[in-house]
Design a protein around this ligand. Structure first.
Ligand code: ATP
Ligand code: MG
Length: 354
C-alpha cells in the first residue's frame, strides 16, 4: 500500500475572533483531507494575549518549536484591549514568530468577485475581476534601520542588502510564473538610493533567471494612483517593506470587506505562516459573528504555497467563490449566517464540487 504523506499543520488561534475563524478553517481542511486522501495532523499552540494569560509570555518556546517542526502554520489574530498597557504585548508574539521562522516575504492576494465588486468603494467596472498579489519585503527598510532622536531632529535609516532584495525578488518571479507572468516592481528610484539598488537587482535577476516574465517598474506615488484607476492591469506587485505596508492596506479596501482577505508570510524553504489580514476584532469576538472566509482562504494559501497542494487550494477557492456568489455570507457582507454556518456553507460547496 502506498504510504499516505502526513502534513503537520500548527494552528495558533490567538485572541479575539481568532479561535472561531481558525476552527472554521480547520473543519474545511479536514474535509479536503478526506476528499484528496491526505493526512493533516493538527496541533494547537498558544500565542499573543492567550499565551500571556496562560504563561506570561506572548510566544512560549514550545510554540516556536512546534511551528519550526511543522509544514505550515495557520494563525488567527493576536491582541485586544485586555492586554493594552500590560508588561508584555500580544503583538510581540507575532513579530517574534516571524523572526524565528525566518519569514522575509508577505503575500497579500486580492481577487475581486462580482459580489465583492458590488460592495467596493470603487466603481464595479473598475474592480470586478481584479486578480493581483502584493509581495512585500519584510526584513529590511526603515523598520529595522538605525533610529536617532534628539531634541531638534530625528532620523530613520533605510537599509537594504543585495541579498535581501535578491531573495524576495526570486520568490516573486517564481509566483508570477504560476500566475499571469507579470511583475510590477515598485520603488522610489527618483529619490532613494535603496530604491535605485532595488531596481538594479530586480532588473538583473529578471534578465539572468526569469526572462520569460514580463517586468515593469513603477514609482510608488504613481502606483498608489494606478491601483485605484486600473487595478485589473496588475498581477504580481513586488515592493520593499514600507511601500508594501501602505499599498497592502490600499488594496485591502478595493474588495469591500476586510473579513475576506488572506495573507501568507514565506521564508526560504521552511514552513510559512498564513493568516487573515484582519485583526482580533474584539468588538465581535465570541459571538459567532466573524467572517471566516479570510482565514479559510489563508488555509488555501497554506495548501498551495506551504504544501504544494494546488488542486486542493483551488477547490477551496472555488467553493468560497460559489458561496459568496450565492449570498451565503456573514453580517459584514449583509448576510445572515454566523461564523460556523458560513464555514459549513463552504464545506457543502466543496462537497458539491467533488
Ligand atoms: P489590528 O490592530 O489587530 O489590526 P484593528 O482594530 O485594526 O486590529 P480589526 O480587528 O481587523 O482591526 O477590526 C477592524 C474592524 O473590522 C472591526 O470593526 C471588526 O469587527 C471588523 N472585522 C475584522 N475582522 C472581521 C471579520 N473576520 N468578520 C467581520 N468583521 C471583521
Ligand atoms: Mg489594524
Amino acid at each position: 500500500m502506498p504510504s499516505i504523506q502526513t502534513y503537520k499543520i500548527v494552528i495558533l488561534p490567538g485572541d479575539g475572533v481568532g479561535p472561531e475563524v481558525t476552527a472554521a478553517a480547520r473543519d474545511v481542511l479536514n474535509v479536503i483531507a478526506d476528499f484528496y486522501g491526505h493526512r493533516f495532523e493538527f496541533s494547537e499552540h498558544l500565542i499573543g494575549g492567550a499565551a500571556i494569560d496562560a504563561t506570561g509570555d506572548p510566544l512560549p518556546p514550545e510554540t516556536v518549536e512546534a511551528c519550526l517542526a511543522s509544514h505550515g502554520v495557520l494563525l488567527g489574530a493576536v491582541g485586544g484591549p485586555k492586554w493594552e498597557g500590560g508588561k508584555r504585548r500580544p503583538e510581540e508574539g507575532l513579530l517574534n514568530i516571524r523572526k524565528a521562522m525566518g519569514l522575509f516575504a508577505n503575500l497579500r492576494p486580492l481577487q475581486v468577485s462580482p459580489v465583492m465588486a458590488h460592495r467596493s468603494p470603487l466603481k464595479k467596472e473598475i474592480v470586478e475581476g481584479v486578480d493581483l498579489i502584493v509581495f512585500r519585503e519584510l526584513t529590511g527598510g526603515v523598520y529595522f534601520g538605525e533610529k536617532v532622536r534628539t531634541d531638534t531632529m530625528a532620523s530613520d535609516l533605510c537599509v537594504y542588502s543585495v541579498e535581501e532584495i535578491e531573495r524576495v525578488t526570486r520568490a516573486a518571479f517564481r509566483i508570477a510564473l504560476q500566475r499571469r507572468g507579470k511583475v510590477t516592481s515598485v520603488d522610489k528610484a527618483n529619490v532613494m538610493e535603496t530604491s535605485r539598488l532595488w531596481r538594479e537587482v530586480v532588473t538583473r535577476i529578471h534578465a539572468e533567471e526569469f526572462p520569460q516574465v514580463q517586468l515593469e517598474h513603477a514609482l510608488v506615488d504613481s502606483m498608489a494612483m494606478h491601483l485605484i484607476r486600473k487595478p485589473r492591469e496588475y498581477d504580481v506587485i513586488l515592493t520593499e517593506n514600507m511601500f508594501g505596508d501602505i499599498l497592502s492596506d490600499e488594496i485591502s479596501v478595493l474588495g469591500g470587506s476586510i473579513g475576506l482577505l488572506p495573507s501568507a508570510s514565506l521564508g526560504s524553504g521552511g514552513p510559512g505562516l498564513f493568516e487573515p489580514i484582519h485583526g482580533s476584532a474584539p468588538d465581535i469576538a465570541g459571538r459567532d459573528l466573524a467572517n471566516p472566509v479570510g482565514t479559510i482562504l489563508s488555509a488555501a494559501m497554506l495548501l498551495r504555497h506551504g504544501l504544494g497542494l494546488d488542486d486542493e487550494a483551488s477547490s477551496i477557492e472555488a467553493a468560497v467563490a460559489a458561496v459568496l456568489a450565492a449570498g451565503a455570507t456573514t453580517a459584514d457582507l449583509g448576510g445572515e449566517l454566523g461564523t460556523r454556518a458560513a464555514g459549513e456553507a463552504i464545506i457543502d460547496a466543496i462537497r458539491a464540487i467533488h
